[in-house]
Design a protein around this ligand. Structure first.
Ligand code: SF4
Length: 501
């Protein structure tokens, strides 16, 4: 990739009618001497690709010598056979990213690498820190000059500047100071440390490979691809230290009474084959569809999903309502982020780049159309139009999340409050705007019933405005708040490969 390419932004997701909240990141870590650790990281990141498609990176420790490769693009675009071969070692961490804090640029790709006590640490973060101003003050004049606009580098700098000799102590002393959502893996001198905020906002789990080596990953689907056995979630406020064949779990910060696991992980973000807190994501979505059917039954000829994320809820809706399930929209499964901009003509048909109606299946039928969420509403309007054009006689929209009325500050890009259609309009106004015959959302109580756990276990702030972790006023202004920070000129000309320490 040339220097100029590095700074090209991927085409706006809107061009491809992607009206969904954007997931933040996926992380992975392992210590597995004798194994090809970069290949383990590659396939784990491959399984976690849904959690971030803008950049990918792997850092490997080879007898204390750390090398990191990261770039813009999908995992399979960033890493080729030769690249992986150049990343040999005994321990590795990896990261896939969608920008949350900080804009889309190379310097914000992870893992972040910083010098600490003459060694290098690499860090990969899923979430969003809310007390960044306070952390800058804590580090004060001894703070490291930051090279990126991401809060993750700030987090790495906090740990790097901690005077404790042992990396575990540096992490343990730093954790209580960090406020916000963080599921982190860190690599330093052959040790991988994973840690999670005391609210437990983002997932992080640990598993064991067949050869007894341990792995950490955002979701259990990444363990499955490696043949690793799921052991447990890293609990809120817990730290997991992995060395050669050993796992040490330490409760560093008391878990908060009012927990904050992101309920949207179950609705949309996590992969359906992942199991989180003992609940399979696909089954959770089936149950959301069943609840939705009980709450808002309608007479129709067929239930169809907006694929793929609407599919499990549509199956549940069909099961509970007795209305037959069918496919009415075909998704191009290979569509991802692209650097190629469509021309004006293609732009007009943007939605068909991703979804195309099966006219033969839907012509002359009244449809229940199940989707997981509506963010801005622009795509939904085009979808409804497309279904009528393909011959549907009625379109009844059923949404397996409650209306999204508030922005997320914990690592998800849900757009600003004013861009969220449900923050400005009633359900009936939205129905009129998107042009459907009827529109119903699952209720918060119905969602809770589907998950079988109390509301206090979850963050549901994008539906209620009740944020489990206080949000400083300045943070509410913009996710690009670090853009004004003076940049280290060296950061503007990054090398593709970072050989460090
Ligand atoms: Fe998840 Fe919404 Fe809470 Fe963000 S605000 S963590 S998207 S539930």
């Amino acid at each position: 990739m040339t220097e100029s390419q590095k700074h090209i932004k991927p085409a706006s997701p809107d061009l491809f009618d992607h009206d969904k909240p954007e997931e933040a990141c996926g992380v992975f870590g392992t210590v597995a001497p004798g194994r090809d650790v970069s290949r383990l990281a590659f396939f784990a990141l491959f399984a976690l690709q849904h959690r971030g498609q803008e950049s990918a990176g792997i850092a490997v420790d080879d007898d204390g010598h750390l090398t990191a490769i990261k770039d813009m693009g999908l995992v399979s675009q960033v890493f080729k056979e030769q690249t992986l071969k150049s990343l040999s070692g005994q321990a590795a961490i990896g990261h896939v990213r969608y920008s949350t804090t900080g804009s889309t640029r190379w310097a914000n790709a992870q893992p972040v690498c910083l010098n600490r006590n003459g060694h290098t640490l690499a860090l990969a973060h899923n979430g969003n820190i809310v007390n960044t101003a306070e952390l800058r003050e804590i580090m004060g004049p001894q703070g490291i000059k930051l090279t990126s606009t991401s809060d993750s580098e700030l987090l790495a700098a906090l740990i790097a500047t901690n005077p404790a000799e042992d990396i575990r102590d540096a992490v343990a002393e730093s954790m209580p100071r960090i406020k916000g959502a963080f599921s982190v893996v860190l690599l330093s001198q052959g040790t991988v440390v994973g840690f999670r905020d005391p609210w437990g906002v983002r997932p992080l789990c640990v598993g064991k490979l067949e050869d007894e080596h341990y792995v950490l990953a955002s979701e259990s689907c990444a363990l499955d691809i490696l043949g690793a056995k799921f052991l447990q979630e890293i609990e809120p406020g817990q730290m997991a230290v992995i060395t050669d064949g050993k796992l040490e779990l330490r409760q560093v910060v008391e878990p908060k009474k009012r927990q904050g696991f992101c309920i949207f992980e179950y609705i949309y973000f996590a992969r359906p084959d992942s199991v989180i807190n003992g609940l399979n994501v696909s089954q959770a979505r089936n149950r959301m569809g069943e609840e939705l059917a009980r709450e808002s039954l309608v007479e129709a000829d067929m239930v169809i999903p907006i694929p793929d994320t609407g599919t499990p809820a549509a199956i549940g809706f069909a099961r509970a309502s007795g209305v037959p399930y069918g496919e009415g929209l075909i998704k191009n499964r290979y569509v991802g982020r692209t650097f190629i901009q469509p021309d004006q003509n293609l732009r007009q048909h943007g939605i068909r780049i991703k979804l195309n109606p099966l006219s033969e299946a839907i012509k002359g039928k009244s449809l229940v159309v199940v989707d997981d969420s509506i963010v801005r509403g622009n795509t939904t309007q085009k979808l409804v139009r497309m279904l009528y054009d393909a011959g549907a006689t009625e379109v009844h929209l059923r949404i397996s999340s409650p209306p999204i009325t508030h922005s997320c500050f914990y690592g998800i890009d849900t757009a600003t409050n004013t861009e969220l259609i449900a923050s400005e309009k009633t359900v009936e106004e939205i129905r009129k705007q998107v042009g459907a015959d009827s529109l119903e959302y699952i209720s918060l109580a119905g969602l809770q019933r589907a998950l079988g756990r109390p509301a206090e276990d979850f963050c549901r702030a994008c539906f209620t405005g009740n944020y489990p972790i206080d949000i400083p006023a300045e943070l509410k202004l913009s996710k690009h708040r670090f853009e004004q920070i003076e940049q280290d000129p060296a950061a503007k000309e990054p090398a593709d490969k970072e050989p460090v320490a």
